[in-house]
Design a protein around this ligand. Sequence first.
Ligand code: NAP
Length: 230
Amino acid sequence: MSSLPNQFHALVIGASGTIGAAFVDLLSSSPRCASVRGLHRHSTPCLDFTDENSIAQAAQALGSDRYHLIINAAGVLHSDAFMPEKRLADLTYMQMQATFQANTFGPAMVMRHFVALLDSERAIMAMLSAKVGSIGDNRLGGWYSYRASKAALNMMVKTAAIEVARSQKNSVLVALHPGTVSSRLSQPFRGETIGRPARDAAIDMLDVIDALMPADSGSFRSYNGSELPW
Ligand SMILES: NC(=O)c1ccc[n+]([C@@H]2O[C@H](COP(=O)([O-])OP(=O)(O)OC[C@H]3O[C@@H](n4cnc5c(N)ncnc54)[C@H](OP(=O)(O)O)[C@@H]3O)[C@@H](O)[C@H]2O)c1
């Protein structure tokens, strides 16, 4: 992370997840990183996307801190109550609401409350999105709620980037696709077979983040740095 100031401060939201934990581990072992803070549903303060107040309260608890890097690695594809939809007939309000809450509404509120905590010298806020949220790249169909929630997240990031650029000229907001990673989220879909270790994905994404400049704010990037179609 040579583009960040020496002794930079980092915050990872969704730090209890597979990719979130890999980010925390990597950043903790970087000599240039002065501190890395991880937040999740059971941290202090806790941050739960089903509880709007917890997002504001977590930001308030960290209020005087400034971060050069904030990564949101929380998200949902399936739960005990649902699996990704295969067809229109599978759609329910329950699944759409739960998926949008975790993948769109929560991250949007993170932007609302945590953008003020970005360091004015140089800072990047990365929201983990997904290539399947690309409308232009959708060839297979299915996974309605997940696809739509990530497409909506991408719009939130793009829109916030335009606003934030007016007042925080050195901040970069980006939607980032980690690639297929072996994790709890991908496990029911052969994630262990077709996915990469989370550490490898996090190394690649930190390289991409490191290279981002303010002119790149509002973009949708893959783990290899390429721009993805909306
Ligand atoms: N793995 C992949 O192949 C892949 C591919 C493309 C995109 N992504 C994206 O990458 C991100 C990380 O995924 P992962 O593979 O690391 O999944 P994971 O291991 O299942 O971790 C998911 C994280 O999201 C948190 N979370 C879920 N619901 C939440 C809520 N309501 N409020 C707050 N936190 C919540 C989980 O918290 P708990 O520990 O409390 O459950 C956990 O920290 C997600 O946004 C995912 O969409 C992953």
